[in-house]
Design a binder for this molecule. Structure first.
Ligand code: TUI
Length: 314
């Protein structure tokens, strides 16, 4: 039994990461059907595309699911309006501060769970009415902050009264159990779900995750102020060339990296293994099995139970 799972209206306190271009109706509905909270990622998509995914998810499951709003999207305002109109059960946000939408979400009874990269933002989110926060460490794939899950989670747990969800670097039941030990009430998992049968990314993206070991991810785009963790490839090395430039070259380099980076995730999702950004977390080295979303969730839960029970003997 989990009070946090009850808040979400699901069986297990497992949220699926809101992975842009990846987390669609196929994945989200499978995760929700399996007892977790499936999330549709809006990413940079326009509202009509996201609405279609919401409707498709509703056709596939009657269980609760959420929508992730990527706040750097040019459509963020319209997506916020859409989730309000559609009465989506849960909203998660990433890559920014969702305070300006909070009143509208709360007025419609939407559960809001922002991703935060620091104690300060966690406190701010509590103040404006967030129902929980996701402490996402820099082990995670995609756009990341500076702190690790291990160091950040207990500091946020101590700083706020609302539930904290741990994310970043969690790929099996041991990580799930560790999140509880850090004071979290749930987990958000992304990388592990890349290998779900219901995840519709290109086969060779999945193969790259299976092939990646512990040191095969790298952080690109530091110079732009929006660092992004990916599996190292020709494209990440190309971006890396712009990381070490003189002060005078920085503005130009940042512009170039932004330019090259636009559309890079979409390219990877479509199977461009060398020329795309294969976003994935540090836990990729541990994520090696293709399974259904239901198998992933059942395994996470049974391993977590075993890890928690085994800890008694330590
Ligand atoms: O958002 C993510 N992960 C993402 S978004 C994304 S799409 C993208 N692609 C290229 C560049 C930028 C975005 C791919 N992966 N995770 C949640 C997350 N949120 N990580 C870090 C943050 C964050 C950072 C700063 C949240 C809030 C924040 O606040 C700054 C402020 O405004 O106070």
């Amino acid at each position: 039994m989990s009070r946090f799972a009850e808040l979400l209206g699901v069986k297990y306190p497992i949220m699926q990461g809101g992975m842009a271009w990846i987390a669609n109706a196929s994945l989200a509905s499978a995760v929700s059907e399996a007892g977790g909270l499936g999330i549709i990622a809006a990413g940079n998509a326009p509202p009509d595309v996201v609405r279609r995914e919401i409707l498709q998810t509703r056709e596939r499951t009657s269980k609760p699911f959420g929508v992730n709003i990527m706040l750097m999207s040019p459509y963020a305002d319209e997506i916020a309006r859409l989730v309000m109109d559609e009465g989506v059960h849960v909203v998660t946000t990433g890559a920014g501060n969702p305070a300006r939408y909070m009143e509208g979400f709360k007025a419609r009874g939407i559960i809001v769970i922002p991703v935060v990269p620091s104690v300060a933002l966690a406190k701010k989110m509590q103040k404006v009415g967030a129902d929980a926060v996701i402490a996402e460490g820099m082990e995670a794939g995609g756009h990341i902050g500076k702190l690790t899950t291990m160091a950040m989670t207990p500091q946020i747990v101590d700083a706020v009264r609302i539930p904290v969800v741990a994310a970043g670097g969690i790929g099996d039941g041991r990580g799930f159990a560790a999140a509880f030990m850090l004071g979290a009430q749930g987990v958000q998992i992304g990388t592990r779900f890349l290998l779900a049968h219901e995840c519709t990314i290109a086969e060779n993206y999945k193969e790259a995750v299976i092939g990646a070991n512990d040191i095969d991810t790298a952080v690109t785009g530091n110079i732009t102020g929006h660092p992004v963790r990916v599996i190292r490839n020709a494209f990440s090395r190309r971006l890396g060339e712009y990381e070490f430039v003189t002060k005078e070259q920085r503005t130009e380099a940042a512009k170039k990296v932004e330019e090259l980076g636009a559309g890079a995730l979409k390219r990877a999702v479509d199977g461009d293994l060398a020329g795309g950004s294969l976003m994935a977390g540090q836990i990729s080295g541990l994520v090696n099995k293709r399974q259904s979303a239901a198998e992933i969730i059942e395994e996470l839960v049974s391993e977590c139970r075993a890890a928690l029970a085994g800890a008694q003997s330590l």
